[in-house]
Design a protein around this ligand. Structure first.
Ligand SMILES: O=C(O)CCC(=O)C(=O)O
Ligand SMILES: [Fe+2]
Length: 301
């Protein structure tokens, strides 16, 4: 096995529409992940957004606790150990998360979110073309995509990271929505699971954002395109920051497996359901997992 054959592909958004859509299809059916370059989000906006993230996470625990996580909207501060993304793992995630609210960093976060929202609409055109659908079908599912912007900070575990014992910045999971667009502060840690190659690093690349498909795309294409499992292993001595923009299809859109990917031998993976129904199901599951695993981390004081 040669790892160099197994690298997450790069999609150049400045290329021709058809070749970009075809690379998106290959990338999502093989890895579930791709890098994007010439994405149009100014590096300066990405950097300012990380600066706000740094300031936020440096606040005293009491200040962060005063912006509590809202389990219906998925906004607010969720402390280390508040979530356990790996449904089969034993430990809770060590990361802290902060989701968009109307606090002081509102201006920067809203500008960042607006830029990513435009980029997601562009990526959706390639996604729909990749499965042979056009603008009319896109408007049925993705006229006004729902999205959540989540700033993350991974503080290194004390001592060492024991992957076998399940101690991860973020446990193995697939994302839930349509496409996730990830920016990082340049520190490695993200890994994607490949069916033959196992866990592959997805290191940051200059000028690139990282994109991956979520479960909605998997259910929609009945497994033809992948929502790859991924995880975050942070071994460095300093904290790692990343910001994930989780896009979904429209909140009220009823998602159903596309007929071209369904047969009697290949029944739909899930019954038709709205984005909202699926989102609440997954959110309840991951926060519930962490509650059940109480005691795996020190309680925050
Ligand atoms: O921080 C990262 O690199 C990925 C985070 C992630 O996978 C998630 O929050 O769903
Ligand atoms: Fe993820």
């Amino acid at each position: 096995f040669n790892a160099s054959f197994h690298a997450v592909p790069l999609v150049d958004l400045a290329g021709s529409f058809d070749s970009t859509a075809s690379t998106v299809r290959t990338a999502l059916s093989t890895y579930g992940f791709f890098y994007i370059t010439n994405h149009g989000v100014p590096q300066e906006l990405i950097d300012r957004q990380f600066e706000q993230s740094r300031l936020l996470f440096e606040q005293p625990a009491a200040v962060k606790a005063a912006m509590p996580f809202n389990g219906t909207l998925d906004i607010g501060y969720l402390g280390s150990g508040g979530q356990a993304l790996d449904a089969e793992g034993r430990a809770r995630d060590t990361k802290e998360g902060f989701m968009l609210t109307n606090n002081g960093y509102e201006g920067v976060l809203r500008a960042y979110t607006a830029a990513l929202s435009r980029l997601n609409r562009r990526l959706n055109q390639f996604l729909f073309a990749a499965v042979g659908l056009g603008e009319a079908e896109r408007l049925e599912l993705a006229r006004q995509p729902f999205h959540v912007t989540k700033q993350l900070r991974y503080v290194p575990a004390e001592g060492f990271v024991d992957v076998d014992a399940g101690s991860l910045g973020a446990g193995a999971h697939a994302d839930w929505g349509s496409l996730t667009i990830l920016a990082t502060d340049g520190q490695p840690g993200l890994e994607v699971e490949h069916s033959e190659a196992g866990w592959l690093p997805v290191p940051p690349r200059d000028g690139c954002l990282i994109v991956n498909a979520g479960d909605q795309v998997k259910h929609w294409t009945n497994g033809e395109l992948k929502s790859a499992n991924h995880r975050v292993v942070v071994k460095s001595a300093r904290p790692r920051f990343s910001t994930a923009f989780f896009a979904y299809f429209d909140l009220w859109a009823r998602l159903e497996a596309l007929p071209q990917f369904v047969s009697s031998a290949r029944p739909p993976m899930r019954p038709p359901e709205t984005t909202l129904e699926f989102f609440h199901f997954k959110l309840g599951e991951s926060v519930g997992n962490a509650r059940e695993r109480g005691g795996a981390l020190k309680e925050e004081t």
